[in-house]
Design a protein around this ligand. Structure first.
Ligand SMILES: [Zn+2]
Length: 324
């Protein structure tokens, strides 16, 4: 079971259950909050007393959050039968009721996300019948609520048309350019427990640290910035507190900071799990130590420990700990 590639923010909600049915539906909700933030909704869903959650949220800038992974049933639509089958999405409103519109960016991302959910869960076609027999459902089919609001509700036929055109390849891929975000990351782990341990420590210096999961790796992150300089500023603060910090782009690919280029003589750490320059795996303890860069040739760096050569690594797999 996978989650959406569009997720830029993750705050997992305890308000969910094991899914008892295969994913076969999508239910679209509105936040009923003007320009509600992903973080704000995440905080609401994080409170067990609220008994509420959704699999995904989309804000007015078109950013996507995950609150409940798709393999779990979110508590969104006041109907367990529906939510066991559905992936549920909360969309931020761009203005208040009675019409509760959503921004064009949020709407475009909603289409992208629906296409992605259908493709990954083998939903061949989205069907809107106006009642619960279709596989695109609304909250107000199950309870007396305005959700998803008049604006989104009027768009359901358009959503189905656009999503199905993409599913059958009649239209080009996503029209919205993904924003490059620089994420300040403390570590990436294949074992969730290890990420959780680091997260608990990190919260002592960065209260908003959180964990994300992408392609089987659990990453401890403390922020995401559109501007590299801001990411670097936070990274520096954390380095001063003794953390091995690195900056990555959207898909977890590490980027080398422009102002902090690694040079011969610098102290570095290895990106957790990185292979050596020739693609060979390294022993676990290797990732726990600091090394000195002895030689750099293009993207190849030779590292030493106590004066002894340990390995040749790709520069992009080194994390700067201290300048020489
Ligand atoms: Zn709703």
């Amino acid at each position: 079971m996978s989650n959406s590639k569009y997720v830029e923010y993750t705050k997992l909600s305890p308000n969910c259950s094991e899914r008892t049915a295969k994913i076969s539906k999508i239910t679209i909700h509105h936040m009923a909050v003007v320009n509600g933030t992903l973080e704000g909704v995440g905080n609401t869903f994080a409170n067990p007393k609220n008994y509420a959650s959704a699999n995904y949220g989309i804000d007015s800038d078109g950013r996507v959050a995950m609150y409940v992974p798709e393999d779990k049933r979110a508590w969104t639509s006041s109907n367990s039968e529906n939510d066991n089958m559905a992936v549920t999405i909360e969309v931020a409103n761009s203005a208040a009721g009675p019409n509760w519109p959503v921004s064009d960016k949020a709407y475009a991302k909603l289409i992208d996300l629906c296409v992605d959910i259908c493709q990954r869960n083998d939903i061949k076609k989205l069907i809107y019948t106006g009642d619960k027999t279709g596989n695109l459902t609304r909250h107000n089919m199950f309870s007396a609520t305005a959700c998803p609001g008049p604006y989104l509700q009027s768009k359901f036929p358009d959503i189905v048309e656009k999503v199905n055109a993409r599913l059958t390849g009649k239209q080009q891929e996503a029209t919205v350019e993904p924003v490059t975000l620089y994420r300040v990351q403390l570590g990436a782990f294949s074992k969730k427990e290890n990420a959780e341990r680091l997260l608990a420590q990190a919260k002592e210096v960065a209260a908003d640290a959180f964990m994300t999961e992408y392609e089987g790796l659990y990453r401890v992150q403390v922020g995401a910035f559109k501007n590299m300089v801001n990411a670097e500023a936070l990274a520096k603060k954390l380095k001063a507190a003794g953390y091995a910090v690195y900056i990555t782009t959207a898909k977890g690919k590490q980027v080398i900071s422009k102002t902090e280029t690694i040079a011969v003589g610098d102290t570095v750490k290895l990106v957790d799990g990185a292979k050596d320059y020739d693609g060979h795996g390294l022993a676990d303890f290797v990732y726990k130590r600091n090394y000195t860069v002895k030689q750099i040739d293009g993207d190849r760096a030779v590292i030493t420990y106590g004066g002894v050569v340990v390995a040749a690594m790709k520069l992009s797999n080194l994390i700067l700990v201290k300048k020489n």
